[in-house]
Design a protein around this ligand. Structure first.
Ligand SMILES: [Ca+2]
Length: 307
């Protein structure tokens, strides 16, 4: 068995259900050695309580949780209390959690391990602050970011909520893999998945299935797009994606283009954008992990079967 990947996940868990699904998969995936969860945007303590809820039900209670930046660098906070806070599984934070800070955790883990894989599935505020305060992190963080849209006529949420932070991260020298909305919207979860989760005997899956249905009711969405689980797959199995090196500029002016991206191919860029993906294999992996979570530990590291 290959060594599990030491991974930190930076999340705005609690608004879209996909963060919760990504965490649920990560905390039980044999390929992942989850080192910490950091939270970002709005009430990051409440978000950390939701992360604790997933970790607790997922058998990963020992994973540190660290609340991070509440406010974007310049933009206002769009939502303080997470949309699903009242219905999502949660646990009170421990004293250690409250004494931690997301940036400090990234720095400490980088110093301990030399290299840290960081999956960002929320606005990039924590990462931008970390890179600005501690530029040496450019040498130690390997970032996979669910962020941005290139061919859609809109700004993607994680960039739109803090465009200045995204610009700092994209302009840094840290290696960044970008999984944009253009790719993730092509891979919806099958319609039956929330019901199947809700009917599970596993408490984590059951509570996620319920939260999924309530999220659908509250947002009026009939399908669940697993943006963040897809980014998690990219952190584990980047070979399932086609990446192209690009230089990315973020529109920062306060007009209707704010948060939109301009990408120019550039062979020497440290930013690699996913332009295509093996959606069948990614979808199979996500379904498999959501369905077989009880038997997870001890499984070998096995990529989905090649087609
Ligand atoms: Ca998210």
């Amino acid at each position: 068995m290959e060594k599990p990947i030491p991974l930190v996940i930076d999340t705005d868990i609690g608004d879209n259900i996909d963060d919760s699904l990504a965490l649920a998969i990560a905390c039980r995936a044999p390929e992942v050695d989850l080192r910490a969860i950091t939270t970002v945007h709005g009430d990051t303590i409440k978000r950390a309580e939701l992360a604790r809820g997933i970790l607790s039900l997922g058998g990963a209670q020992k994973v540190p949780v660290a609340p991070g930046c509440e406010r974007p660098l310049i933009a206002p906070v769009e939502r303080q209390t997470p949309l699903l806070y009242d219905v999502h599984p949660k646990r009170p934070l421990q004293r250690d959690d409250l004494n931690r800070d997301a940036v400090e955790v990234l720095l400490r883990l980088s110093r301990q391990h030399g290299r840290v894989s960081l999956l960002t599935i929320g606005p990039l505020t924590n990462v931008a602050v970390a890179l600005r305060l501690h530029p040496e992190l450019e040498q130690t963080l390997e970032i996979t970011a669910m962020a941005g849209a290139f061919h859609l006529d809109r700004a993607e949420t994680n960039v739109r909520l803090d465009p200045e932070a995204a610009q700092i991260v994209f302009a840094s020298r840290a290696p960044v893999r970008v999984i944009p909305l253009d790719v993730t919207i092509e891979c919806p979860l099958a319609m039956w998945v929330p019901e199947a989760l809700a009917a599970s005997r596993d408490e984590l899956k059951r509570s996620l299935g319920r939260a999924c249905r309530i999220w659908q009711e509250r947002t009026g969405r009939d399908i669940v797009l697993p943006h963040d689980p897809i980014a998690l797959v990219a952190a584990i199995y980047p070979e399932l994606f086609v990446f192209e090196p690009m230089r990315i500029e973020v529109a920062l002016h306060p007009d209707d283009r704010r948060g939109r991206l301009l990408a120019v191919p550039r062979p020497d860029s440290n930013v690699h954008v996913a332009t295509r993906a093996d959606l069948d294999q990614i979808s199979s992996y996500i379904l498999e992990r959501l369905a077989v979570t009880e038997q997870r530990r001890g499984n070998s590291r096995c990529p989905p079967a090649q087609s």
